[in-house]
Every structure is written in structure tokens, then in C-alpha cells.
Write a protein that binds this ligand. Structure first.
Ligand SMILES: C[S@@+](CC[C@H](N)C(=O)[O-])C[C@H]1O[C@@H](n2cnc3c(N)ncnc32)[C@H](O)[C@@H]1O
Length: 208
């Protein structure tokens, strides 16, 4: 959404991407069919900084992909990160870079359908990061909500979905999922929320 030259200026005036994250970013682009799914340097750093600010003990991520955001969440937290990925073929690359980042003991990987795995995790979450299949965003929110502590956070990526949220009438099921999610969170009196126009949109919700 931000003009490319502005984004480049922001990157130039930020700390450089950590070397193992740059390597993971590169390998993701060389080996994955949809490398665009990676959160990348700016968003990864933002997630790491958010964790440093709120210092969560328990973090849940839904949608691991190659592990870029999971590593950042773990680097920013003192506690444990649980991350769920439906595709077991991602395991090798994820484990390789968890090790490179030195966070392999801070991250628990779960492979399978998130809607089946979430109820098996009896934790109280300080932060949940939703970044998986868009039609299930609201299901994930409703499922994790009772497990999030008061004052805890639910952050959802792709809340602007490439701007498609503005064309509700010809929306596909992914866009409908995002639009429904944004509307539900906005009306949910149990949270305060901010739709941040950063990258593809981040919906931040704090349980009150
Ligand atoms: C956008 S990518 C995640 C990107 C990652 N968080 C990052 O920043 O690098 C979405 C991931 O969610 C996974 N996914 C899709 N549906 C899922 C489901 N039902 N349960 C668990 N994971 C799912 C996909 O396989 C994909 O790897």
C-alpha cells in the first residue's frame, strides 16, 4: 500500500534485517510456490518489537509458513511461542531456521488443522497472531478468545487484503472472511481495536 520508494526509505533508516532472517527470506523466495506469504523484514521486526514491548509469556501463532514471523515472535519474547501449520512439508525449513536463530527451545511446532489443534492447547495466551486461511479468521478469533488473558492481544494479518476489503459486492471467500472479521472485531465490546494500515493491514485487538 505504501509507495515503494517510501518503503525503501523506511528500510534504509531502520536496523538491517538480521542475517539469519535475510537468509530465510531468500530461501523462502527460492523454494516456495507462494513466497509472498512471508511476513518479511518490516513486519517481522514490528512483531518482534511488539513482543519486546508487551513481554508475553505465551504466544500463539496460527499459520507458520517457513517460520519467519514465529522466529521474530520468539526473539522478542522471554516465554514460549506455539505455532500451528497445516502443511507438514514446511517442517524442515522451519526447524533449520529456528536453530539458526537460536530459538528452537522457545518454539513449539504443531502440524495440522488449526481449528483442531487450538482446543488441545490448554494455555492462557498473552498474544495470538492470526495469519492462516482467511475464511477461518473469525473462527480462530472466537475459538482463542476465552483463552486470551484480560489485557492480552489478538493481532490479525492481511486485514486490508490488498485493498479488496473495499469491494465487498464482488468479494471472493477470502475477502468475505476478512471483511467479516474486521466488522466483528470493530463491534466486539470485549476489545478495543485498531486497524493499522501497515503493509497489508494489521488488526490489533486488546481484550478489556
Ligand atoms: C500467510 S502464511 C503465514 C506466514 C507466516 N506467518 C510468516 O509471517 O512468514 C499462511 C500459512 O497458513 C497455513 N494454513 C492455511 N490454512 C491453515 C489451517 N487451516 N491450519 C493451519 N495452518 C494453515 C498455510 O499453509 C500457510 O503456510
Amino acid at each position: 500500500m505504501i509507495p515503494e520508494e517510501i518503503e525503501n526509505y523506511c528500510k534504509l533508516n531502520s536496523s538491517p534485517e538480521l542475517s539469519f532472517l535475510a537468509e530465510l527470506n531468500r530461501e523462502t523466495h527460492l523454494t516456495q510456490v507462494y513466497p509472498r506469504m512471508i511476513s518479511g523484514s518490516m513486519q517481522g521486526t514490528l512483531l518482534r518489537f511488539i513482543c519486546r514491548m508487551i513481554n508475553p509469556e505465551k504466544v500463539l501463532e496460527i499459520g507458520t509458513f517457513t517460520g519467519y514471523s514465529a522466529i521474530n515472535l520468539a526473539l522478542g519474547s522471554e516465554g514460549m511461542v506455539h505455532t500451528i501449520e497445516v502443511n507438514p512439508e514446511q517442517e524442515t525449513i522451519i526447524r533449520k531456521y529456528l536453530k539458526e536463530a537460536g530459538v528452537e527451545n522457545k518454539v513449539t511446532l504443531h502440524f495440522g488443522e488449526a481449528l483442531k489443534i487450538i482446543p488441545t492447547l490448554s494455555e492462557t495466551w498473552d498474544l495470538v497472531y492470526i495469519d492462516a486461511d482467511k475464511p477461518n479468521y473469525l473462527n480462530y478469533y472466537q475459538m482463542v478468545f476465552p483463552m486470551v488473558r484480560k489485557g492480552g492481544w489478538i493481532i490479525a494479518d492481511n486485514a486490508l487484503w490488498d485493498g479488496k476489503v473495499l469491494s465487498a459486492r464482488k468479494a471472493d471467500k477470502d475477502t468475505v472472511g476478512i471483511i467479516e472479521y474486521n466488522e466483528f472485531v470493530r463491534k466486539d465490546e470485549r476489545v478495543e481495536n485498531l486497524l493499522l494500515p501497515f503493509r497489508d493491514g494489521l488488526m490489533l485487538a486488546r481484550k478489556i
